[in-house]
Design a protein. Structure first.
Length: 186
């Protein structure tokens, strides 16, 4: 009997706490409402420094990052893009038998506007990998990018708010439907 009463008390307290937290949630502002409608697409620039064999895998990672944050579009037309730049900061063969190639790669992800050239946010990831070849090491570094990294959500959310604020400050209208922005000029 005591357990039953205690269980019921815990359930009632939990329900009251849940009800209090849901009613205290901040109301959605106009900026948040517009930001929720912004579509960002993944894009690897024609002049990218990402090796050709790794570009497909990187594009998949970026699509999954955007999908995880609820805003992926399969078209190749959007004003706003998530793109990446990579820098191999260290790379050398090891003195082991068999020899391995070790490298440190820094990936910097950017959210930007291809029409104005404005960057709205960035996030860097540093990966240290060792593999049988330089190409394999680079592929391992790309595979090591965690799409569930909370920093990507922060990047995308802040970038979307900054997009709305910038367009508002410039008195530009945000065209959500029927956008015909070419993105392959990079």
């Amino acid at each position: 009997m005591k357990r039953l009463l205690l269980s019921m008390a815990v359930v009632c307290m939990s329900a009251m706490v849940w009800a209090q937290t849901t009613t205290d949630a901040a109301p959605m502002t106009a900026v948040d409402s517009l930001a929720a409608k912004i579509i960002i697409i993944p894009h690897i620039a024609i002049t990218s420094d990402i090796p050709a064999p790794a570009q497909g895998l990187m594009m998949d990672r970026m699509k999954r990052i955007l999908l995880k944050n609820g805003i992926v579009d399969t078209s190749d037309r959007s004003r706003f893009v998530l793109t990446v730049k990579s820098n191999v900061t260290d790379g050398e063969w090891t003195a082991t038998v068999p020899p391995k190639y070790g490298m440190v790669v820094e990936f910097t992800f950017y959210v930007g506007d291809v029409e104005s050239g404005i960057l709205y946010g960035s996030h860097s990831i540093r990966k240290k990998v060792v593999a049988d070849s330089e190409e394999d090491a680079y592929m391992q570094a790309v595979k090591g990018i965690r799409v569930s990294d909370p920093a990507f959500k922060v990047l995308i959310d802040k970038a979307k708010v900054r997009i709305v604020e910038t367009l508002d400050a410039r008195d530009e209208k945000l065209v959500i439907e029927g956008s015909d922005y070419e993105i392959n000029w990079w």
